[in-house]
Design a protein around this ligand. Sequence first.
Ligand code: HEC
Ligand code: HEC
Length: 363
Amino acid sequence: MKGLGKIVFILLGVFLFATPACQKDIEVPLDILPDFNPIPYQLPSRKVGSPQYNIRPDNPLTEQGVMLGRMLFYDPILSSDSTQSCASCHNQVNAFTDNGRALSVGVTGAIGKRNSMALFNLMWHPSFFWDGRSPNIRHQVLRPIEDPTEMNSSIPEAMKKLQNSSMYRIQFYSAFGTTKITDELYAKAMEQFLFTLISFDSESDKFDRGEPTDFSAAALRGKQIFFREPSDGGADCFHCHGTSHFADFTMSNNGLDATTTDPGFGEVSGKPFDLGKFKVVSLRNVAQSAPYMHDGRFKTLEEVIDFYSTGVHANSPNIDPKMDEIPEGLNLTAEQKADLIEFLKSLSDQNFLTNPKFSNPFN
Ligand code: HEC
Ligand code: HEC
């Protein structure tokens, strides 16, 4: 049964059982629980060249658990005034980033200090947030609830609201066999949904796999520039944005600023040599996720490429040694820049961006 159908089915069941027309005043239990019968969730078969799935043994994906996570992701119930959901700042068509905003705005109108991050292939990330302050997804998904510049609630308050909802008691029961809603089960459900957001089906992937694709000659030239050393006419991007993720997910300073403005990873590790370092993020679906960098300072990919070409602050404190190869900058030609951008655009995965399984289940 399709996801939405399932919710409707459950709700319909409650309605039919709870309000038999001729027995209006007979007391009925509040929740009519379905059978606890979790169905394993089938991830799509793994694409050639993509990493092995990395599902946590204590949280196997089930149809019911993934659906619950999806409901939670799209439900504003988690925020203090029930107006903001995760999806408010993580919109599927923008690769789950924030609708073109440089900095996210929370329920109180407070403006955060960072750019919303794209959400996909999360089962392979070693840490979360631009500054890596969250060690795993189950820890991460609790943070937006209590962040004063995001949902501005508290975890006990959000769990209480879920506990008071018959729909959620029933859905937690179908997913985990209990109606007692805890932050741990909330986080497990959210992890299940977020882990289904997988993207390895861009034009570039199809080209690599020898499948029919719109991958252009310009994109191919751009790919060569991306993957080559500067000494070989390349732009050296692959040293940090290599692997099938187009990111190594390390903490690095790519030379955005002459002086450190946001401490980044340095605030997390407490080490001066980590000041100004941020997560090397994936470039998959990057054409959909503008603006760019931890503070959304660049509006377009053109601006990003101009930065790497001639805007890098070589003396930036703690700059990554991998940025040093050509201190005077890459000085790319207009054609090289255009080709690189074509390649970056070929990393978009339309199946991912439009997959109905990842959309709002309440619509
Ligand atoms: C007000 C907007 C906003 C809301 C609401 C929001 N996020 Fe985010 N999200 C952000 C921003 C901004 C960042 C980056 C913050 C930082 O690095 O300091 C982020 C980062 C993340 C990351 C880290 C990704 C990575 O690659 O490291 C995940 C995962 C995430 N959010 C999931 C969620 C979930 C789940 C919810 C709902 C419970 C949610 N977000 C609610 C704005 C938001
Ligand atoms: C030394 C490692 C390193 C190299 C080399 C590098 N990058 Fe980056 N890249 C980063 C880091 C770190 C960030 C995040 C920086 C931040 O926000 O403070 C980033 C961010 C980006 C972003 C923004 C992504 C987003 O979602 O906001 C793009 C686009 C990008 N890089 C493209 C490239 C291209 C193209 C090249 C080659 C010309 C390149 N990078 C070379 C480390 C690197």
